[in-house]
Design a protein around this ligand. Structure first.
Ligand code: B12
Length: 504
């Protein structure tokens, strides 16, 4: 007897309860699974005892498989914890990992005894086929499921990649699977009830450092305007959302294709935030800027990465430092706050590049003091993580640690939970970073964020921010970044927010 597959989907805890946003990956997967079966979602960001609740759900109900979404960094440890608990209590139940971690580190994922299947890249169709097969419900043979990696008699098999497709679900995402979806609306800089949404998927660029390029290999699909309209209508009128954070990998794609979406957004007038590129914003026509204004874009997160033409070329970024300078000026004119991210301490010319970046940031702040700055350490992906189409294109020099030894990446999920590898995945530390430079970067960031506290911080009262800014003034002006003990002390009292850790 076969039956329609029933799947349990889990988002292991990665952030605080207040920073929890819709688990969009699981909602998309559930929409696909429910076409020929059924599914349930457990979100560890909201449900803080999610391991026990998972076991409880598995005792209560019969599931054919468990799908776990895993992003590199702090989500790996809770993903292991829940997988091990399931394996111990329900040894026969298939455990499937999907998302960025298993896509970028497939062999490491399948080296773990508590993972049976790794779904690479876009998951809707691969997972639907896999659970149909596992439940005996007329699914294809395992070797025919594109995008799947699996274990066959002890060896790991990587099936061919699956083509990325436009994934507009037929109706609304199944938000009601999350209990009360209003729990996911939050007070942010954008509004009292900010909601997360992803309109387009993928990105047409091939930046060598980026997990998105590794996942999508240059493919991107914009949604139909009708879909955006349907989702925004529900989010605004049913849930009461008053602003939107768009998770699109790169919001501004080709202008002609964007206009129908911007027209929808201009009708809803929900203040918004998105990821964008300097070149795309600079190319936008006056008409489109008018739509951007009407739709109330408040902040655009732009990967500036580096002030160096050479480095931008080597990482295949496709933008130039002069475009970064121009875009902060342009954003000032249109009343949009640019939030620029940089990657300091690259493996080559480590100190020199870092100091140049600090100077470049000062220049940007002179042009547009509202510019928000996010600083990451440059932690390139291992060569094997890159998309198969991009492997060996502009490879960097071999990565060496401080002793001149080649950097060896972890080969199991457990190794990826070691603090220095979690820091690597979060772009806050690298094996070639000296203590001196690590302190220098931290000190610069402290002085900068005290001198210019982020508008995204709603916790610290305005007077505290003003005091901090005044205290940091002389250090910033005279470039006396080293050991800002008084700012660290004041900061501990005020606890300024870190957008790079918690998102908006
Ligand atoms: C929201 C978000 C977060 C949230 C958490 C989300 C959550 N899980 O609750 C927060 C803010 C906590 C977060 C944190 C981090 N994030 Co984050 N995050 C995102 C973001 C913006 C959206 C994710 C999303 O919902 N996408 C929409 C869904 C539909 O797409 P998807 O997740 O890719 O899902 C598809 C597939 O991946 C797959 N899939 C996913 N899960 C599963 C599960 C199963 C079972 C299967 C079969 C398939 C599958 O199928 C899905 C549908 O096709 C992405 C960028 C992006 N636009 O995707 C970055 C992104 C995923 N984050 C990233 C990173 C690196 C991080 C950090 C680890 C580091 C950092 N500094 O940014 C931090 C951790 C910070 C810390 N110190 O704690 C990178 C990952 C790339 C990489 N190299 O691994 C991304 C791509 C951003 C980027 N461009 O660099 N993040």
């Amino acid at each position: 007897m076969t039956h329609p597959p029933h799947t349990l989907l889990i988002n292991p805890t990665i952030t605080s309860r207040t920073s929890a946003r819709f688990p969009l990956a699981l909602l998309h997967l559930a929409a696909a699974l429910d076409r020929s079966g059924s599914s349930r979602i457990i979100d560890g960001n909201v449900d803080r005892d999610f391991v026990n609740d998972t076991l409880h759900a598995l005792e209560q109900d019969r599931f054919d498989a468990v799908g776990i979404g895993v992003m590199g960094g702090p989500q790996v440890a809770p993903a292991i914890a829940v997988s091990q608990a399931i394996r111990a209590r329900f040894p026969a139940l298939p455990i499937i990992w999907g998302g960025y971690f298993p896509t970028l580190h497939t062999d490491a994922t399948l080296a773990a005894p508590y993972v049976d299947y790794a779904v690479r890249a876009q998951g809707e169709d691969t997972l639907s086929e896999l659970v149909a097969t596992l439940s005996g419900h007329a699914g294809p043979a395992l070797e025919q499921i594109a995008g799947l990696s699996w274990k066959n008699a002890g060896t790991v098999v990587h099936n061919p990649a699956r083509r990325i497709v436009r994934n507009d679900p037929a109706g609304l995402l199944p938000y009601d699977k999350l209990g009360d979806p209003r729990r996911y609306l939050a007070r942010t800089y954008l509004g009292q009830r900010t909601v997360a949404h992803q309109a387009a998927i993928g990105c047409r660029y091939h930046c060598t450092f980026c997990g998105v390029a590794a996942m999508f290999g240059g493919a991107t699909f914009l949604p139909a305007a009708a879909r955006l309209e349907r989702e925004l209508g529900y989010l605004k009128h049913e849930l009461g959302a008053d602003s939107v954070q768009y998770f699109d990998h790169n919001f501004f794609d080709r202008e002609a294709d964007m206009v129908p979406l911007l027209e929808v957004m201009a009708r809803f007038e929900l203040p918004w935030w998105c990821f964008a590129r300097a070149d795309a914003l600079l190319k936008l026509s006056e008409c489109s800027w008018e739509l951007v204004r009407k739709s109330r874009l408040r902040m655009a997160y732009i990967g500036a990465e580096s002030p160096s033409d050479q480095m931008l070329h080597d990482i295949r970024k496709g933008t130039r430092p002069d475009q970064t300078l121009a875009v902060v000026e342009q954003c000032r004119r249109y009343g949009v706050i640019p939030e620029l991210s940089f990657m300091v301490a690259p493996p080559e010319n480590t100190e020199e590049e870092t100091e140049r970046t600090f100077e470049f940031i000062r220049e940007l702040k002179r042009i547009n003091p509202q510019t928000e700055i996010v600083i990451y350490v440059y932690t390139p992906l291992p060569e094997h993580s890159r998309h198969e189409k991009d492997r060996s294109k502009r490879p960097g020099a071999p990565l060496l640690d401080l002793d001149g030894e080649p950097v060896v990446f972890p080969t199991t999920p457990d190794e990826w939970t070691q603090p220095h590898w979690v820091n690597y995945a979060c772009h806050v530390d690298a094996p070639w970073l000296t203590d001196k430079l690590r302190h220098r970067i931290n000190d610069f960031v402290t002085v900068l964020r005290c001198r210019y506290p982020t508008v995204q911080d709603l916790r610290a009262p305005p007077w505290a921010k003003r005091n901090l800014s005044a205290m940091a003034g002389w250090r910033y002006r005279f470039r006396k970044y080293d050991r800002p003990w008084e700012l660290n002390l004041a900061n501990r009292l005020v606890r300024l927010r870190m957008p790079q850790v918690s998102g908006l």
